[in-house]
Design a protein around this ligand. Structure first.
Ligand code: AMP
Ligand code: ZN
Ligand code: FE
Ligand code: FE
Length: 273
């Protein structure tokens, strides 16, 4: 069984539509694939119907932008009820703040580089959730940098002078809200440095206490040492070990199926619903 539980579409900062991601998943010989766009579930219906036609199992998911004491945390979650008002209010607040924040970042960049908000909107036209990758794409299209990656390194990094944060819920509040909505929360890439600070183990413990079910141990942004550390923590806390690609189409190097979740791990997530 090939199970990949972390992918992005044009609903957020992936480069392929939800249906295209499902077709790519079938081509990569996946049996189970989750769509986990940032802060939006707008891709669920399109992905579900495409996956049904392809004969692969679709898992409706999300990657919720959260924070804990100023540190950014990405929280994956699967199967929550799409009509849940608490979760929807939390996500709308984040998406609205992301638009203001993107405009603020663009205003700062525009002092030094030829970039307009309209150019960014052009890159984010089908996105429910606007992010720095759309600004990166506009910078590439404007010829300022060659790639998304170069845009992040040179202009959009978290420690850059142009960086502005957006609103994000406290992570334990998000865990509880998703759990109450029937979701199964999993800490995304918990050991990834290079996107800011890595949270201490005590934060993982508090998230587990709040109801978190799993830890994304196997992810490209973890070196062997982090994988070992996180696998140990998952075992000790009784958390499900997951693995996934974090596919973004051509927006990142990550390839579908490059990291997978075991059949047993997937069954454990399902039984936590
Ligand atoms: P934001 O959510 O607006 O703060 O932007 C973060 C997003 O940018 C994450 O989803 C990452 O996948 C993506 N990202 C971060 N660094 C890079 C990079 N070097 N190249 C491409 N995408 C990146
Ligand atoms: Zn992303
Ligand atoms: Fe993430
Ligand atoms: Fe992601």
């Amino acid at each position: 069984m090939r199970i990949d539980l972390h992918t992005h579409s044009t609903v957020s900062d992936g480069t392929e539509s939800p249906a295209q991601v499902m077709r790519a998943a079938a081509a990569a010989k996946l049996d189970v694939v989750a769509l986990t766009d940032h802060d939006s579930i707008d891709g669920w219906d399109e992905a579900a119907s495409e996956a049904a036609g392809l004969g692969i199992e679709f898992v409706p998911g999300i990657e919720v932008s959260c924070r804990h004491r100023g540190v950014s945390i990405h929280l994956l979650s699967y199967w929550h009820r799409p009509e849940d008002e608490v979760v929807n209010a939390m996500l709308s607040k984040t998406r609205a703040s992301r638009v203001h924040r993107a405009r603020d970042i663009v205003a700062k960049i525009a002092i030094d580089y030829p970039l307009t908000w309209e150019q960014v909107q052009g890159q984010a036209h089908s996105a429910a959730t606007v992010g720095r990758p759309h600004i990166a794409d506009a910078l590439v299209a404007a010829g300022v940098v060659a790639t998304r990656d170069a845009a992040f390194t040179e202009i959009l990094a978290g420690n850059s002078r142009y960086y502005v944060p957006h609103y994000a819920p406290e992570v334990n509040d998000a865990v509880r809200a998703l759990r109450a909505a029937g979701g199964v929360p999993v800490f995304a890439h918990p050991g990834a440095d290079g996107r800011g600070r890595v949270v201490p183990t005590s934060v993982i413990e508090s998230m587990a206490e709040a109801g978190m079910v799993g830890l994304e141990v196997d992810h490209r942004d973890h070196d062997a040492k982090q994988v070992e550390r996180l696998a140990r923590i998952a075992k000790r806390l009784g958390l499900v070990r997951t693995g996934a690609s974090d596919y973004h189409g051509t927006g990142k190097l990550n390839q579908l199926g490059e990291n997978l979740t075991s059949r047993e791990g997937y069954a454990a997530l399902e039984s936590a619903r």
